[in-house]
Write a protein of this length. Structure first.
Length: 114
């Protein structure tokens, strides 16, 4: 059940992120530019996204790896469906995690007083 909730949260985040331009959320370019900073902060242990970053890396490796060709060879439609689900989950997770990271950055950096 927990996996279903996490998957639903990733899909919800994807939908929200795609609609956030109208609501004033972070833009797609802001989210993508946050990825290197998020990876660096995670590697340094400053940001607590280690497991989520690892899962995103594993999903990316699965989609681009030659092992992923096996389902396509034997079960063409189902092989493509597993790719679509994985890419959708990955997109939703990246968008959700980058939004979370951007919020963390705002809270972590003290405001500059002039």
């Amino acid at each position: 059940m927990a996996k279903t909730l996490k998957r639903a949260a990733a899909f919800t985040a994807l939908g929200k992120a795609l609609m956030s331009g109208a609501r004033g959320g972070p833009s797609l370019s802001a989210r993508l530019s946050a990825l290197p900073r998020m990876l660096k902060a995670t590697a340094k242990g400053q940001y607590d996204g280690g497991m989520r970053v690892a899962l995103m890396a594993a999903a990316t490796a699965y989609v681009i790896s030659p092992i992923d060709v096996v389902p396509e060879m034997f079960l063409w439609v189902f092989g493509l469906i597993d790719d679509a689900v994985m890419v959708t989950w990955l997109a939703g997770t990246v968008l959700s995690e980058t939004e979370r990271f951007l919020e963390w950055e705002k809270m972590a950096k003290p405001a500059v007083v002039r």
